[in-house]
Design a protein around this ligand. Structure first.
Ligand SMILES: NC(=O)c1ccc[n+]([C@@H]2O[C@H](COP(=O)([O-])OP(=O)(O)OC[C@H]3O[C@@H](n4cnc5c(N)ncnc54)[C@H](OP(=O)(O)O)[C@@H]3O)[C@@H](O)[C@H]2O)c1
Length: 251
């Protein structure tokens, strides 16, 4: 006798009326994710360090609220999450980039700060938001693909790129049913990339257009679209999704 396949609950939901917290929501990937979540009907709570930039983002997307928050400040992370007004549905985390310096030139204080922020900082956020998230809620981090292959100046970025997927897998098991995922991005055309590359930005864009398998440059909207999917697809947890236009596949 054959048995019918088990029916499963619908795995994707809607963001309408849900509360989405975007850490680093005033620029780049975070701001675009906030925009797309808002378009999908979510209420937004945004954070960043620079008040003026945060106010502009809050006004643009008509966010519920905004708060200044430095990811390097462990006490502030606890304080921020414990002070949220009601149960929240999703937390999306971006922030500063790691330092890109060769080992001989590495500023170890700066490296330690970046690693603390990206690694222990991710655990701090997971711990602080877990009691605030509704059942079925999600936590999503952003890390990188570009440092998976060794290169000059990539040591600190590589440690973060290896560490964050391990953190999300462990947190997904420990903190279930809260879902925990990450997006690993390659080059994304954001203000951060513009600051790092300066005059070399246009050249880098042209190189990527010519060499990436997708023949175009990845933008924040590409990453945000996956972020929204990870919030709404309740079947996904403990996973790291690459959004790099195939960058890691080319020499
Ligand atoms: N762009 C890329 O190519 C790329 C590739 C792979 C991974 N990523 C990662 O994606 C994340 C976002 O990058 P992005 O390109 O969107 O950068 P972005 O345009 O500079 O935006 C970063 C956001 O995070 C906030 N932020 C920065 N440092 C912070 C800190 N220490 N504490 C709290 N908030 C902070 C910024 O606001 P304030 O400055 O006002 O605080 C801003 O809202 C970064 O972690 C980066 O490493 C980016």
């Amino acid at each position: 006798m054959t048995t019918a396949p088990a029916t499963t609950a619908v795995s994707t939901g809607s963001l309408a009326g849900q509360i989405v917290v975007v850490i680093g929501g005033s620029s780049g990937i975070g701001l675009e994710t906030a925009r797309q979540a808002r378009s999908a009907g979510a209420e937004l709570i945004l954070t960043g360090r620079n008040r003026a930039r945060l106010d502009r983002a809050r006004d643009e997307i008509k966010a519920l609220s905004s708060a200044t928050l430095d990811l390097g400040d462990a006490a502030a992370i606890e304080f921020f999450f414990s002070g949220l007004p009601a149960d929240i549905d999703h937390v999306f985390v971006t922030g500063g980039g790691p330092p890109y310096a060769g080992i001989l030139d590495l500023d170890f204080d700066e490296a330690l700060r970046a690693l603390d922020e990206h690694l222990l900082g991710s655990l701090r956020i997971a711990r602080a938001c877990a009691p605030r998230l509704q059942t079925g809620g999600s936590l999503t981090f952003v890390t990188g693909t570009h440092a998976r292959r060794p290169g000059i100046g990539l040591s600190i970025a590589a440690i973060a790129a290896v560490g964050v997927p391990a953190i999300v897998a462990n947190a997904a098991v420990e903190l279930a049913p809260m879902r925990v995922n990450a997006i690993a991005a390659g080059f994304v055309d954001t203000p951060l990339s513009a600051r790092i590359l300066g005059d070399a930005l246009e050249g880098r864009r042209a190189e990527l257009r010519a060499t990436l398998p997708i023949r175009r440059v990845v933008g924040p909207a590409d990453v945000a679209a996956v972020a929204i999917h990870l919030m709404t697809n309740t079947a996904v947890t403990g996973a790291t999704f690459d959004v790099d236009g195939g960058q890691q596949l080319i020499p």
